[in-house]
Write a protein that binds this ligand. Structure first.
Ligand code: CA
Length: 312
Protein backbone atom coordinates (compact mmCIF):
# COMPACT_ATOMS: atom_id res chain seq x y z
CA UNK A 1 0.00 0.00 0.00
CA UNK A 2 1.06 3.57 -0.61
CA UNK A 3 1.44 5.36 2.70
CA UNK A 4 1.87 8.99 3.75
CA UNK A 5 3.03 9.53 7.33
CA UNK A 6 2.09 12.64 9.29
CA UNK A 7 4.32 12.73 12.36
CA UNK A 8 5.70 14.87 15.20
CA UNK A 9 9.02 13.05 15.45
CA UNK A 10 9.35 12.09 18.73
CA UNK A 11 10.71 8.69 19.73
CA UNK A 12 7.62 6.60 19.06
CA UNK A 13 7.16 8.41 15.73
CA UNK A 14 10.75 7.37 15.03
CA UNK A 15 9.76 3.76 15.69
CA UNK A 16 6.74 4.15 13.41
CA UNK A 17 8.97 5.51 10.63
CA UNK A 18 11.28 2.47 10.86
CA UNK A 19 8.26 0.15 10.95
CA UNK A 20 6.76 1.73 7.82
CA UNK A 21 10.09 1.82 6.00
CA UNK A 22 10.76 -1.84 6.75
CA UNK A 23 7.28 -3.24 6.09
CA UNK A 24 7.15 -5.10 2.80
CA UNK A 25 3.50 -4.14 2.37
CA UNK A 26 4.26 -0.41 2.56
CA UNK A 27 5.57 2.05 0.01
CA UNK A 28 6.24 5.21 2.00
CA UNK A 29 5.67 8.11 -0.44
CA UNK A 30 6.54 10.88 1.99
CA UNK A 31 6.50 12.27 5.49
CA UNK A 32 4.82 15.46 6.66
CA UNK A 33 6.03 16.97 9.92
CA UNK A 34 3.90 18.49 12.63
CA UNK A 35 4.47 20.17 15.97
CA UNK A 36 3.66 18.10 19.08
CA UNK A 37 6.40 16.17 20.84
CA UNK A 38 8.72 18.95 19.64
CA UNK A 39 8.52 22.04 17.40
CA UNK A 40 7.74 21.25 13.74
CA UNK A 41 11.23 22.13 12.47
CA UNK A 42 12.91 19.98 15.13
CA UNK A 43 10.63 17.04 14.35
CA UNK A 44 11.28 17.39 10.63
CA UNK A 45 15.02 17.38 11.27
CA UNK A 46 14.62 14.21 13.35
CA UNK A 47 12.63 12.52 10.57
CA UNK A 48 15.34 13.39 8.03
CA UNK A 49 18.11 12.11 10.30
CA UNK A 50 16.28 8.86 11.09
CA UNK A 51 15.54 8.23 7.40
CA UNK A 52 19.22 8.85 6.66
CA UNK A 53 20.20 6.41 9.41
CA UNK A 54 17.85 3.84 7.88
CA UNK A 55 19.37 4.40 4.43
CA UNK A 56 16.13 5.90 3.06
CA UNK A 57 17.28 9.38 2.03
CA UNK A 58 15.08 9.25 -1.06
CA UNK A 59 11.84 9.62 0.91
CA UNK A 60 10.79 13.30 0.90
CA UNK A 61 10.04 15.10 4.17
CA UNK A 62 7.73 18.12 4.22
CA UNK A 63 7.19 20.86 6.77
CA UNK A 64 3.59 20.99 7.99
CA UNK A 65 1.69 23.18 10.44
CA UNK A 66 3.73 24.80 13.19
CA UNK A 67 0.85 25.33 15.63
CA UNK A 68 -2.79 24.41 16.29
CA UNK A 69 -5.57 25.86 14.09
CA UNK A 70 -6.83 28.22 16.80
CA UNK A 71 -3.53 29.11 18.43
CA UNK A 72 -0.96 31.70 17.37
CA UNK A 73 2.04 29.60 18.34
CA UNK A 74 3.15 26.25 19.73
CA UNK A 75 4.55 25.90 23.20
CA UNK A 76 6.30 22.62 23.88
CA UNK A 77 5.09 20.90 27.05
CA UNK A 78 7.68 20.13 29.72
CA UNK A 79 6.52 16.52 29.74
CA UNK A 80 7.43 16.18 26.04
CA UNK A 81 11.00 17.33 26.64
CA UNK A 82 11.26 14.95 29.59
CA UNK A 83 9.95 11.86 27.76
CA UNK A 84 11.48 12.47 24.31
CA UNK A 85 14.59 14.43 25.33
CA UNK A 86 15.56 17.98 24.37
CA UNK A 87 16.13 17.02 20.73
CA UNK A 88 13.02 14.82 20.59
CA UNK A 89 14.91 11.60 19.87
CA UNK A 90 16.29 10.73 23.30
CA UNK A 91 19.26 13.07 22.85
CA UNK A 92 21.04 10.59 20.59
CA UNK A 93 23.51 12.27 18.24
CA UNK A 94 23.73 11.39 14.57
CA UNK A 95 27.21 10.60 13.37
CA UNK A 96 26.24 11.56 9.83
CA UNK A 97 23.36 14.06 9.97
CA UNK A 98 21.16 14.12 6.88
CA UNK A 99 22.15 16.56 4.15
CA UNK A 100 18.65 16.41 2.66
CA UNK A 101 16.51 19.51 3.02
CA UNK A 102 12.90 19.44 4.13
CA UNK A 103 10.41 20.69 1.57
CA UNK A 104 7.82 23.35 2.33
CA UNK A 105 4.07 23.03 1.97
CA UNK A 106 3.34 19.75 3.73
CA UNK A 107 -0.37 20.52 3.58
CA UNK A 108 -0.20 20.87 -0.22
CA UNK A 109 1.72 17.60 -0.36
CA UNK A 110 -1.17 15.86 1.44
CA UNK A 111 -3.67 17.37 -1.02
CA UNK A 112 -1.56 16.47 -4.06
CA UNK A 113 -0.95 12.91 -2.82
CA UNK A 114 -4.68 12.30 -2.38
CA UNK A 115 -5.32 13.67 -5.87
CA UNK A 116 -2.58 11.49 -7.35
CA UNK A 117 -3.25 8.20 -5.57
CA UNK A 118 -6.89 8.46 -4.45
CA UNK A 119 -8.18 5.35 -2.71
CA UNK A 120 -4.79 3.63 -3.04
CA UNK A 121 -3.33 5.97 -0.44
CA UNK A 122 -3.37 5.37 3.30
CA UNK A 123 -2.58 8.37 5.48
CA UNK A 124 -1.25 7.50 8.93
CA UNK A 125 -1.14 10.28 11.49
CA UNK A 126 0.84 9.95 14.72
CA UNK A 127 0.73 13.61 15.77
CA UNK A 128 -1.95 16.31 16.10
CA UNK A 129 -4.54 16.39 13.31
CA UNK A 130 -3.82 19.98 12.27
CA UNK A 131 -2.24 19.13 8.88
CA UNK A 132 -5.07 16.86 7.82
CA UNK A 133 -7.76 19.31 8.96
CA UNK A 134 -5.97 22.13 7.12
CA UNK A 135 -5.77 20.01 3.95
CA UNK A 136 -9.50 19.17 4.14
CA UNK A 137 -10.37 22.83 4.69
CA UNK A 138 -8.12 24.05 1.86
CA UNK A 139 -9.25 21.42 -0.68
CA UNK A 140 -12.67 20.09 0.44
CA UNK A 141 -12.88 17.98 -2.74
CA UNK A 142 -10.30 15.54 -1.33
CA UNK A 143 -12.72 14.42 1.41
CA UNK A 144 -14.44 12.04 -1.02
CA UNK A 145 -11.14 10.97 -2.63
CA UNK A 146 -9.13 9.87 0.43
CA UNK A 147 -8.70 6.11 0.74
CA UNK A 148 -8.14 5.58 4.41
CA UNK A 149 -6.84 7.52 7.38
CA UNK A 150 -5.35 5.72 10.37
CA UNK A 151 -5.08 7.95 13.42
CA UNK A 152 -3.00 7.34 16.51
CA UNK A 153 -4.97 9.40 18.95
CA UNK A 154 -7.83 9.57 21.37
CA UNK A 155 -9.22 7.30 24.05
CA UNK A 156 -12.75 5.88 24.15
CA UNK A 157 -12.81 3.32 26.98
CA UNK A 158 -9.78 4.45 29.00
CA UNK A 159 -8.58 7.69 30.62
CA UNK A 160 -6.28 10.10 28.79
CA UNK A 161 -2.52 10.36 29.07
CA UNK A 162 -1.96 14.12 29.00
CA UNK A 163 -4.86 15.03 31.24
CA UNK A 164 -7.27 12.66 32.97
CA UNK A 165 -9.62 12.67 30.00
CA UNK A 166 -7.53 13.62 26.97
CA UNK A 167 -4.96 11.84 24.85
CA UNK A 168 -1.92 13.93 23.86
CA UNK A 169 -2.34 14.17 20.04
CA UNK A 170 -6.02 15.11 20.25
CA UNK A 171 -5.34 17.48 23.14
CA UNK A 172 -2.85 19.48 21.03
CA UNK A 173 -5.61 20.55 18.63
CA UNK A 174 -9.12 19.41 19.59
CA UNK A 175 -10.73 21.63 16.91
CA UNK A 176 -8.67 20.01 14.14
CA UNK A 177 -9.40 16.52 15.48
CA UNK A 178 -13.13 17.28 15.69
CA UNK A 179 -13.11 18.49 12.08
CA UNK A 180 -11.39 15.33 10.84
CA UNK A 181 -13.52 12.88 12.87
CA UNK A 182 -16.77 14.59 11.82
CA UNK A 183 -15.83 14.47 8.13
CA UNK A 184 -16.96 11.54 5.95
CA UNK A 185 -13.39 10.25 5.64
CA UNK A 186 -12.93 6.57 6.42
CA UNK A 187 -10.94 6.53 9.67
CA UNK A 188 -9.37 3.85 11.81
CA UNK A 189 -8.87 5.22 15.32
CA UNK A 190 -5.91 3.68 17.11
CA UNK A 191 -6.25 5.19 20.56
CA UNK A 192 -4.94 4.46 24.03
CA UNK A 193 -7.57 1.68 24.22
CA UNK A 194 -5.16 -0.46 22.19
CA UNK A 195 -1.77 1.26 22.17
CA UNK A 196 -1.38 0.71 25.92
CA UNK A 197 -1.92 -3.03 25.51
CA UNK A 198 1.40 -3.45 23.68
CA UNK A 199 4.53 -2.92 25.76
CA UNK A 200 8.04 -2.87 24.38
CA UNK A 201 10.79 -3.67 26.88
CA UNK A 202 14.57 -3.45 27.10
CA UNK A 203 14.65 -7.17 26.27
CA UNK A 204 13.45 -6.15 22.82
CA UNK A 205 15.85 -3.23 22.39
CA UNK A 206 18.73 -5.43 23.61
CA UNK A 207 18.15 -7.62 20.55
CA UNK A 208 18.08 -4.54 18.29
CA UNK A 209 21.66 -3.87 19.46
CA UNK A 210 22.79 -7.02 17.69
CA UNK A 211 22.05 -5.25 14.41
CA UNK A 212 25.04 -2.91 14.19
CA UNK A 213 25.20 0.84 14.56
CA UNK A 214 21.66 1.45 13.27
CA UNK A 215 20.05 -1.00 15.70
CA UNK A 216 22.19 0.42 18.50
CA UNK A 217 21.20 4.02 17.74
CA UNK A 218 17.53 3.05 17.76
CA UNK A 219 17.99 1.07 21.00
CA UNK A 220 19.71 4.07 22.65
CA UNK A 221 16.82 6.29 21.57
CA UNK A 222 14.07 3.96 22.77
CA UNK A 223 15.84 3.07 26.03
CA UNK A 224 15.80 6.79 26.85
CA UNK A 225 12.02 6.75 26.27
CA UNK A 226 11.57 3.60 28.40
CA UNK A 227 13.55 5.25 31.21
CA UNK A 228 11.36 8.37 31.16
CA UNK A 229 7.79 7.16 30.59
CA UNK A 230 5.56 5.86 33.33
CA UNK A 231 4.75 2.49 31.79
CA UNK A 232 5.54 -0.65 33.72
CA UNK A 233 8.94 -2.10 32.71
CA UNK A 234 8.83 -0.70 29.19
CA UNK A 235 7.05 1.72 26.90
CA UNK A 236 3.69 1.65 25.20
CA UNK A 237 3.74 1.11 21.47
CA UNK A 238 1.62 4.17 20.64
CA UNK A 239 2.64 5.30 17.15
CA UNK A 240 3.82 1.93 15.77
CA UNK A 241 0.36 0.51 16.59
CA UNK A 242 -1.10 2.81 13.92
CA UNK A 243 1.23 1.31 11.31
CA UNK A 244 0.22 -2.17 12.50
CA UNK A 245 -3.49 -1.30 12.19
CA UNK A 246 -2.92 0.06 8.67
CA UNK A 247 -1.19 -3.07 7.38
CA UNK A 248 -2.81 -5.74 9.59
CA UNK A 249 -6.31 -4.56 10.59
CA UNK A 250 -7.20 -8.21 11.28
CA UNK A 251 -5.07 -8.07 14.44
CA UNK A 252 -7.47 -5.49 15.91
CA UNK A 253 -11.04 -5.62 17.20
CA UNK A 254 -12.88 -2.55 15.96
CA UNK A 255 -16.23 -0.97 16.74
CA UNK A 256 -17.83 1.23 14.04
CA UNK A 257 -18.81 4.57 15.56
CA UNK A 258 -19.44 8.23 14.78
CA UNK A 259 -16.75 9.92 16.84
CA UNK A 260 -16.52 13.53 17.91
CA UNK A 261 -14.18 15.54 20.10
CA UNK A 262 -15.28 17.71 23.01
CA UNK A 263 -13.82 21.19 22.60
CA UNK A 264 -15.40 22.88 25.63
CA UNK A 265 -13.32 23.38 28.77
CA UNK A 266 -13.62 20.67 31.36
CA UNK A 267 -13.65 17.70 29.01
CA UNK A 268 -11.64 19.44 26.27
CA UNK A 269 -9.85 16.92 24.04
CA UNK A 270 -12.01 13.91 24.97
CA UNK A 271 -12.96 11.62 22.08
CA UNK A 272 -16.49 10.21 22.42
CA UNK A 273 -19.30 8.68 20.41
CA UNK A 274 -21.20 11.62 18.88
CA UNK A 275 -24.63 11.59 20.59
CA UNK A 276 -26.19 13.57 17.71
CA UNK A 277 -25.21 10.92 15.17
CA UNK A 278 -25.33 7.69 17.15
CA UNK A 279 -28.42 6.41 15.28
CA UNK A 280 -27.03 7.32 11.85
CA UNK A 281 -26.04 4.52 9.49
CA UNK A 282 -22.56 3.70 8.25
CA UNK A 283 -20.30 5.25 10.87
CA UNK A 284 -17.05 6.47 9.30
CA UNK A 285 -14.74 5.59 12.21
CA UNK A 286 -13.55 2.12 13.14
CA UNK A 287 -12.49 2.45 16.77
CA UNK A 288 -9.85 -0.10 17.81
CA UNK A 289 -10.82 -1.57 21.17
CA UNK A 290 -8.65 -4.65 21.42
CA UNK A 291 -5.50 -5.98 19.78
CA UNK A 292 -3.50 -9.15 19.48
CA UNK A 293 -0.51 -7.45 21.04
CA UNK A 294 1.67 -10.55 20.76
CA UNK A 295 1.29 -10.44 16.97
CA UNK A 296 1.97 -6.71 16.88
CA UNK A 297 5.08 -6.90 19.06
CA UNK A 298 6.45 -9.90 17.21
CA UNK A 299 5.91 -8.38 13.78
CA UNK A 300 7.19 -4.97 14.86
CA UNK A 301 10.44 -6.41 16.27
CA UNK A 302 10.84 -8.68 13.26
CA UNK A 303 10.50 -5.79 10.80
CA UNK A 304 12.79 -3.48 12.80
CA UNK A 305 15.53 -6.07 13.24
CA UNK A 306 15.47 -6.72 9.49
CA UNK A 307 15.49 -3.03 8.59
CA UNK A 308 18.37 -2.30 11.02
CA UNK A 309 20.36 -5.21 9.66
CA UNK A 310 19.85 -4.11 6.05
CA UNK A 311 20.64 -0.46 6.81
CA UNK A 312 24.11 -1.08 8.28
CA1 CA B 1 3.72 11.09 17.76
Amino acid sequence: MKMLLDVDTGIDDGMAIAYAVGSQDVELIGIVGSYGNIETRGGVKNALNLLNLLGEDNIPVYVGAEHALNKPAFERLAVSARIHGDNGVGNISFEHPSIQKALDNGIDFIIQSVKTYGKELTIVTTGPLTNLAAALKKAPEIEKMIGKVVIMGGAITVPGNIRKIAEANISQDPEAAKYVFESSVSITMVGLDVTMRSILTKNDTMLWRQNGTVGTAYADMVDYYIDHVNAKDGCYLHDPSAIAAAIHPEWFTMLPMHVTVITEEGLRGRTICDPDRMRNCNPNVQVCLNVDSKQVLHHFNDVLNTVFNTAN
